[in-house]
Ligand binder design. Structure first.
Ligand code: ZN
Length: 168
């Protein structure tokens, strides 16, 4: 028998963690501290590569501070910046807000994510960059728990909740 305390973070583990994400100015961008901890499948690409790599080999109770460069985070900021799209190309029944992600069709018919940066009456500005592209990310992370992923979770490539039974 192995206890949770001894089980190391590795591919195929569902990891539960608490985290606080700050940018280089020290501004808190996101935190799990006042809500539910984050669950992810290690090796599944659920979280940014720089954080996933840093967590490898850690055990429950470990506390670490990880600095992630854009290349291992949300990528470098590329392209000419936001471009306008008519409001009527978006669904009528959705309240558009900056930061929302939509999928658009690329030149080869592939799905390409875009993020809203500004919403006007007739025009919406969208950008191909993730809102955190170009940012160096500072994660303060505590590993709460690890457990092996279920077969179903491995197939789906993501966790299904603390016990692995939740379905969606
Ligand atoms: Zn699933």
């Amino acid at each position: 028998m192995t206890t949770n305390q001894q089980r190391r973070v590795e591919d195929g583990q569902i990891v539960t963690l608490h985290y606080t994400l700050t940018n280089s100015e020290g501004e808190v961008l996101d935190s799990s501290e006042d809500s539910e901890p984050l669950l992810y499948l290690h090796g599944g690409g659920n979280i940014v590569p720089g954080l996933e790599n840093a967590l490898t080999g850690h055990v429950a109770g470990d506390h670490l501070q990880v600095t992630v460069k854009p290349a291992d985070g949300y990528g470098d900021r590329v392209g000419p910046g936001p471009r306008p799209v008519p409001r009527n190309e978006f669904p009528d029944d959705v309240d558009l807000e900056p930061g929302m992600q939509f999928l658009t069709e690329g030149a080869g018919g592939e799905a390409v994510p875009v993020w809203i940066t500004d919403v006007g009456a007739d025009t919406v500005q969208v950008d191909f960059n993730h809102p955190l592209a170009g940012e160096t990310l500072h994660f303060d992370v505590t590993v709460v728990e690890t457990r092996p992923a279920t077969e179903e979770e491995m197939e789906h490539g993501h966790p299904h909740g603390p016990e692995g039974h939740h379905h969606h």
